[in-house]
Write a protein that binds this ligand. Structure first.
Ligand code: FMN
Length: 407
């Protein structure tokens, strides 16, 4: 079964069928522009309260039910910043109920268990996509779903879109070397997580980081994009300040769709230059898991009329908001204290290009002994902890439930 989610306005059925003819003779094309589909808000209900069922009651449930009978998933999307636009990313962020919360090591990497079966994944893009970045994204998404990449196809004539955006990362790296100039006095910080502020791990990170900034005499103002009523002020602050940090969680190997939407509302011409830096964090703790997200962030500032101030990259943030037990509290306190130190370092250096920022990520991949210990001891402990959380949330189903299998 092949499912195509067409997120473009309009009916592209003929073109899509033609493009996929050599691969699949029969495809089910769903036009999502005509459907009501919200951003994933990271509420975790689909993992911990109603396993496999999303708490957002919109048209995405139709797609989840189709996915249970799907082997190949294609997303057709317009592009922005060289990547799929927020509409294309949104239908991917909502895939989370297709996995369950349990963690395992698969092909050497930390992964969530599949709720159903492997899924192959491909992208058909319109406009100026950075092909290399899209190909890597496809491969990473497919591997998370234990499937294969189906590849990347340009909907427009391949000559016009194949190389577009290809040099953006290099340009960012060039400008990065020229950004040491002025040290910050005041910083605008955007929390790019769609999760409400009080539950957001990003917010915990920002709190710790800004303690470090404040201790060095740097002031800041904070906007949380999960709250739409803050978007106008956030946009105004972004356009009128010269030092900006966006802190964000990794969502399906790149930026949350909500943040992509906000960024696509920003004017690209600025009156005065600004330095844009990032704090990128993720659930899994291997540094390699965040590298595509980092690559995308490197490409972003020049497209928004800013210079690049580097990205602070660190995994293992999923527990930061869960502080109900003394062991977890001890571990998370240590992580947060390290972010406070990085706040002091940013105040002194004005960027994340320092050796301490590089080192902050930790190992790119878990060492063999770590994998062994995980399989022997921690896997079961982590599983028990997740079940404890689920119990506290009033969950009455097994966490690996398959609610749509029989329908
Ligand atoms: C929809 C969604 C997708 C995610 N994708 C990834 C991912 O690809 N890799 C990863 O390591 N963590 C992923 N995470 C985990 C988050 O990055 C992590 O839990 C983070 O701490 C959330 O921060 P927040 O509470 O501020 O939203 C994902 C979480 C959600 C809800």
């Amino acid at each position: 079964m092949t499912l195509v989610l067409n997120t473009l306005e309009g009916d592209y059925s003929e073109q899509i069928t033609e493009l996929l003819a050599a691969k699949d003779s029969e495809v089910d094309i769903v036009n999502t522009a005509e459907m009501k589909i919200a951003h994933c808000v990271g509420c975790n209900m689909c993992w911990l309260k109603t396993p496999g069922v999303c708490a957002i009651k919109d048209d995405y449930e139709i797609i989840l039910k189709k996915l249970v009978a799907t082997d190949n998933l294609w997303v057709v999307a317009d592009t922005k910043f060289g990547f799929v636009d927020y509409r294309g990313k949104r239908v991917l962020d909502r895939l989370v109920p297709m996995l369950n919360m349990y963690i395992e090591i698969r092909d050497g990497w930390e992964r969530h268990q599949l709720r159903y079966h492997p899924l192959n994944f491909g992208v058909i893009y319109k406009g100026n996509g950075n092909r290399e970045m899209l190909e890597e994204w496809c491969m990473r998404v497919a591997r998370n779903m234990a499937g294969k990449s189906l590849g990347v196809i340009a909907l427009d004539a391949p000559e016009t879109s194949a190389n577009a955006g290809g040099n953006v990362v290099e340009t960012a790296m060039e400008t990065a070397t020229n950004t040491a100039a002025a040290l910050p006095e005041h910083i605008v910080i955007l929390n790019g997580s769609p999760r409400v502020k009080k539950n957001s791990n990003t917010n915990k990170i920002i709190q710790a980081f800004t303690e470090g900034l404040e201790s060095a005499g740097i002031t800041h103002e904070l906007y949380s994009l999960s709250n739409h009523t803050e978007w106008d002020e956030a946009r105004e602050a972004f356009m009128t300040n010269d030092n900006i940090i966006i802190a964000l969680p990794l969502f399906v190997e790149c930026l949350p769709s909500l943040l992509l939407e906000f960024l696509s509302t920003l004017p690209t011409e600025r009156k005065q230059p600004a330095k844009l830096s990032f704090i990128l964090h993720s659930g899994f703790d291997e540094g390699h898991q965040l590298r595509l997200g980092e690559k995308f962030l490197q490409s972003l500032p020049s497209q928004l009329g800013c210079t690049y101030g580097g990205t602070l990259v660190k995994g293992g943030s999923f527990m930061l908001r869960m502080r109900d037990n003394s062991y977890i509290k001890k571990v998370t306190d240590k992580i947060l204290a390290s972010y406070a130190k990085m706040g002091q370092s940013f105040a002194l250096n004005g960027n994340f290009f320092t050796p301490e920022a590089k080192k902050f990520t930790g190992p790119e991949k878990n060492p063999k002994i770590g994998v062994l210990l995980f399989n022997l001891i921690f896997k079961r402990l982590v599983k028990k902890n997740f079940e404890r959380f689920a119990n506290a949330w009033g969950c009455t189903r097994p966490l690996n439930d398959q609610p749509y299998l029989m329908q």
